[in-house]
Design a binder for this molecule. Structure first.
Ligand SMILES: [Zn+2]
Length: 321
């Protein structure tokens, strides 16, 4: 016997669970979404695919991270295949269309699902990441998957956690005559890959670089992140493609990310030491210079929730000494 969704919703309602579970079921009934990523050529043979400068939500299908397509003589390279199997397929088709060649390599810059979960659309042997990223995905991938299925429902159809098969090591790699320099960094997460395309001076920052969109910190080590930004700042480049937000034609995005993280770090320390609770800290006024940064309040509040318990444990005993 098949049980209709309507009966399930009615049953859940009777059990008092409808407010939690019904939205995904309703989404499933109404679902008609397809991803339509657009590629903009930002340098010779390099296309940027912009994500929405928003939190992950059903309305954007989780497509909030930027992806990159690079043309080589052997085929296309995709950096960050997006949040779901369906998005990965759309990026693969887009890469094939703009380069006229199949995808021969996929780089996943770090563990976060808005960047990594589209990997299932590609041959797993072509998917490369830092060993730390594979380790992180083995630990957190299923949990991320559960969380995304709850929010994104049918956008996630068929998506599974695909482990990258190839290890990235720092240094130069040549694919189809195109020289890429790979940087093994950390700070936004425990493994953050950044890539420089030597021919065009395009630096692909992954989530080490945010631009006009507040940095997300759920797995961050702020000191490590600031060190990584110093490293990227020292790499000669003409363009920066951030993990989130618009293209940067200089050092503004790196400087802005550093400015935000330094402010967050100081603000959190001050808030803990002055005895503010988490909700008070989350209400801290955002400086005027960050007024145009998207989702600033949202990420500020998330950063408070990520860092506050650890900071209180570290800083408050000193107050009593
Ligand atoms: Zn991230």
């Amino acid at each position: 016997m098949r049980v209709s969704r309507r009966a399930i919703i009615a049953g859940l309602g009777a059990a008092g669970l409808a407010p939690v579970l019904a939205p995904a079921l309703v989404h499933a009934e109404q679902f008609a979404g397809t991803y339509d990523p657009k590629a903009e050529e930002v340098a010779d043979g390099i296309w940027m695919v912009r994500g929405a400068d928003e939190p992950i939500a059903f309305s954007n299908g989780g497509a909030i991270a930027n992806s990159v397509i690079i043309a080589t003589d052997d085929g296309a390279v995709v950096v960050d295949p997006g949040p779901s199997l369906s998005y990965g397929r759309a990026i693969r088709a887009l890469a094939e269309r703009v380069t006229g060649k199949p995808v021969v390599r996929v780089y996943v810059t770090h563990l976060h699902p808005d960047h990594s979960f589209g990997a299932g659309a590609f041959d797993a042997r072509s998917v490369h990441a830092l060993p730390a990223t594979r380790h992180d995905l083995e630990r957190d991938g299923e949990g991320f998957s559960d969380a995304l299925f709850r929010v994104l429902a049918d956008w996630m159809k068929g998506t599974t956690v695909v482990m990258p098969q190839g290890d990235v090591t720092a240094g130069e790699v040549v694919i189809g005559g195109r020289k890429l320099r790979l940087f093994a960094l950390d700070g936004h997460s425990s493994g953050d890959l950044a890539i420089l395309d030597e021919a065009t001076g395009t630096l692909i920052g992954g989530d080490l670089v945010f631009h006009d969109r507040a940095p997300a910190t759920p797995h961050a080590n702020l000191d490590g992140w600031l060190t990584a930004l110093d490293r990227l700042d020292g790499v000669p480049h003409d363009l920066v493609i951030p993990g989130h937000g618009p293209l940067d034609s200089g050092n503004a995005a790196i400087a802005q990310t550093r400015d935000w993280l330094t402010w967050i770090q100081g603000m959190l320390n001050d808030a803990v030491l002055s005895g503010k609770d988490m909700s008070e800290a989350g209400a801290t006024p955002i400086p005027e210079r960050f007024a145009d940064i998207k989702v600033a309040r949202y990420e500020l509040q998330r950063s408070v929730s990520h860092f506050y318990p650890g900071l209180e444990a570290k800083l408050l005993p000193m107050v009593g000494n």
